[in-house]
Design a protein around this ligand. Structure first.
Ligand SMILES: Nc1nc2c(c(=O)[nH]1)N[C@H]1C(S)=C(S)[C@@H](COP(=O)(O)OP(=O)(O)OC[C@H]3O[C@@H](n4cnc5c(N)ncnc54)[C@H](O)[C@@H]3O)O[C@H]1N2
Ligand code: MOO
Length: 416
């Protein structure tokens, strides 16, 4: 059995980054993998501007005014966002200024309007002495380039584009970006005991749920999914289906049929028309995971148990596919943090294990991680109950109450 980090590193090494890219308009880029560096063309903000509604002042003029009592300063003009005050601030004057408006030449501080009193015809402001004393150079001024400096890389190739990333590209005047073309992923389930949802359930049967977990995970990472349905445990059926799918897909993702039973045909089928690279991982759940290739098409055979299909999908298939799409390291790995355990357990070592978990505030107001009542890989409702996973390293033999455990919130995984 191979540790998952070894298997994943090897799989990434043996799986080239998908070459096909395309230029998409910004609103079609959410969730896609950026394949170009975006270099800032302009400073943001483009000029020094005001962070607040108020009055732009020349502090040297103020220094030359009486140093006791309130100050009365005539208003010499207006600077609005999109309608700057032209020229220098006249000596001894203040300029009324709006948030986002350019600081007029000579202005070196903005006093917010709440801190001044304006006379009836708005021709003069009065500033109390304590407010005068608090004035500092640069107050409420956002400097040109303070957010983004022209010439710097604002988005690096390999980034999985979130709303803020797309927004920053827009802030640079871009209306499109070069992103990875969606991977074409064929998905199917295998198993004679399975019935298609919507149809009748034969005695002893079970509805095919795995396909819907797989399709959801693939869609969530931006793949173009072909749903190939449910296939019987039959060598010829599987060979034909896999062979056909490999012709026009980049990835085939299947569930079931990868263990060691007689009906577990995925491995011999892939062997007969392609190659097998690896098929047993030191993980729980999800141990019998098959990775292979038919022509140029990557084949991932996930184990049939419903929790196994999700856990191995989230922690192996998804990171591998993101790597294929050109995602950079941190966008392929799960976010995790240490939390005290609200439970205790002993376990056999050798496999990395994920418990379905939730964070819970205990009697002392402390946040602790709690596992689901069952760790069986057949209990899909555990995934519905859970809000994340507790990860136990291969060599961890026990967890005591209050010991730190690694917690991966579902939101920290890429397929949510
Ligand atoms: N002798 C051994 N038996 C098993 C081993 C082993 O090492 N030696 N590994 C176990 C582990 S761990 C897993 S995981 C499963 C994986 O087996 P398969 O991938 O071949 O999956 P199946 O046998 O087809 O199904 C397992 C289980 O999951 C249910 N299932 C399958 N597909 C679906 C679906 N689409 N929707 C809902 N449920 C599904 C199926 O009915 C079985 O109950 O093998 C163990 N056995
Ligand atoms: O690997 Mo199996 O997935 O433990 O149930």
């Amino acid at each position: 059995m191979t540790p998952i980090h070894v298997a994943l590193a090897l799989a990434c090494k043996q799986t080239p980054v998908f070459a096909a890219t395309r230029t998409r308009s910004l609103t079609d880029c959410y969730g896609a993998i950026l394949r170009e560096d975006v270099i800032a063309a302009v400073n943001v903000p483009s000029v020094d501007n005001s962070a607040m509604d108020g009055y732009a002042l020349r502090l040297d003029d103020i220094a030359a005014m009486p140093d006791t009592g309130p100050l009365s300063i005539p208003v010499g003009g207006v600077s609005l966002a999109g309608h700057p005050f032209e020229g220098n601030i006249p000596v001894g004057r203040a300029i009324r200024i709006a948030t986002g408006a350019a600081i007029p030449a000579g202005g070196d501080a903005v006093i917010i309007q709440e801190n001044v009193t304006v006379n009836a015809d708005e021709s003069e402001i009065r500033i109390e002495r304590d407010a005068v004393n608090r004035l500092r150079r640069g107050d409420n001024i956002r400097r040109a380039g303070e957010d983004v400096k022209a010439g710097t890389v604002v988005l690096a190739a390999g980034k999985r584009l979130r709303p803020q990333d797309v927004a920053v590209a827009a802030g640079q005047g871009k209306d499109s970006l070069v992103v990875t073309q969606p991977l074409r992923v064929a998905v199917f389930s295998t198993g004679d005991e399975l019935a298609v949802p919507g149809g009748a359930l034969p005695p002893g049967g079970i509805y095919d749920s795995n396909r819907f977990a797989m399709i959801g995970m693939m869609r969530a990472i931006g793949c173009e999914v072909t749903d190939l349905g449910l296939l019987r445990d039959d060598f010829d059926v599987l060979q034909t289906a896999l062979g056909d799918a490999a012709q026009n897909h980049d990835v085939i993702l299947t569930s079931g049929g990868v263990s060691v039973g007689k009906a577990d045909l995925l491995k011999p089928v892939v062997d007969s028309i392609g190659e097998i690279h690896a098929w047993k991982l030191a993980i729980k759940p999800g141990k019998p995971l098959m990775r292979g290739k038919i022509g140029n098409c990557l084949v991932l055979g996930l184990p049939g148990n419903p929790v196994s299909v999700m856990v191995s999908g989230l922690l192996f298939a998804v990171p591998l596919l993101l790597h294929m799409m050109g995602a950079r390291g941190e966008d392929c790995t799960a976010v995790r943090f240490n939390v005290p355990a609200g439970f205790a357990l002993k376990r056999g070592t050798g496999r990395r294990e994920w418990l379905r978990a939730r964070l819970h505030r205990n009697g002392n107001g402390e946040l602790v991680a709690l596992p689901f009542r069952s760790s069986s890989s057949g209990v899909l409702s555990s995934m519905v109950w859970a809000e994340g996973l507790i990860e136990l390293a291969e060599d961890r033999a026990s967890v005591g109450q209050g010991d730190l455990v690694e917690y991966i919130p579902f939101a920290g995984l890429q397929a949510f």
